[in-house]
Design a protein around this ligand. Structure first.
Ligand code: IYR
Length: 233
């Protein structure tokens, strides 16, 4: 197995050269076995809000982010960037800023219908996971490409592309035994300021990563069954 080492540079309209793609075809029995195993492993994933302080293996998180960055994207524009934060001072700053926004949200900005939808989960403005988890991944979306001279080129399907990348990130983290939470403080402008991000980037999610705390509990949720989500024609 080899990981390509070429670095991306903007192509701006130059056609891609077609190259052969001939992955070995997996025997159907093997496909079935892998699909069943993956289904079981993915169904064990839970969003975790109580983290142990233990550090996570360095390279595993980098590899998971590299997996996320293999996501398909609109016009292959790869409109994402990731900031990984282990620094405790920075996590504290982010927590304080997030809690300040969340306080306003939970005190009414979200509106009664939204607050009612959240009530069963019992979430509130206290975001201890932002400092309890040993690290945070902040995912940014790039609304447009920003060239070194300030040139801009619009990106397409940015929400979809970054959403897919985050899904792949969560899967990768889970499959290597790490717990995560998608946190979306709103508004998230403070993240660009605190992290000094360029003008073309907008925060998409904050993802604490770590191991569940020893006394971690999760809500007894029921997922929709396959017949409830799948129509086969
Ligand atoms: N962003 C807030 C509120 C929140 C919204 C939804 I939709 C959730 O599923 C969970 C929380 C917060 O992080 O608490």
């Amino acid at each position: 197995m080899s990981i390509p080492m070429r670095s991306w540079t903007p192509t701006h309209g130059a056609p891609y050269r077609p190259v052969p793609y001939r992955p070995d075809r997996m025997p159907p029995q093997e496909t079935l076995a892998r699909a069943a195993e993956l289904r079981e492993r993915m169904s064990a994933r839970r969003t975790v809000r109580q983290f142990a302080p233990d550090p996570v293996p360095e390279q595993a998180v980098r590899d998971a982010i590299a997996c996320a960055a293999t996501a398909p994207s609109g016009a292959h524009q790869q409109p994402w960037s990731f900031v990984r934060i282990k620094d405790a001072g920075m996590r504290r700053r982010i927590r304080e800023a997030a809690e300040a926004e969340e306080r306003v949200s939970y005190q009414g900005r979200l509106g009664e219908e939204w607050l009612a939808a959240l009530r069963p989960l019992g979430t509130d403005e206290i975001k201890a996971h932002l400092t309890d988890a040993p690290e945070l991944i902040v995912v940014f979306q790039q609304r447009y490409w920003l060239g070194p001279d300030g040139e801009r080129r619009k990106h397409y399907y940015v929400d979809e592309s970054v959403g897919i990348a985050v899904g792949m990130l969560l899967s990768a983290l889970h499959l290597c035994g790490l717990a995560a939470l998608v946190h979306t403080p709103s508004p998230m402008r403070f993240l660009s300021e605190v992290l000094g991000r360029p003008e073309n980037e907008k925060a998409f999610a904050v993802i604490p990563v770590g191991y569940p705390a020893e006394d971690c509990v999760v809500p007894d949720l029921v997922r929709k069954s396959l017949p409830q989500v799948l129509t086969e024609i």
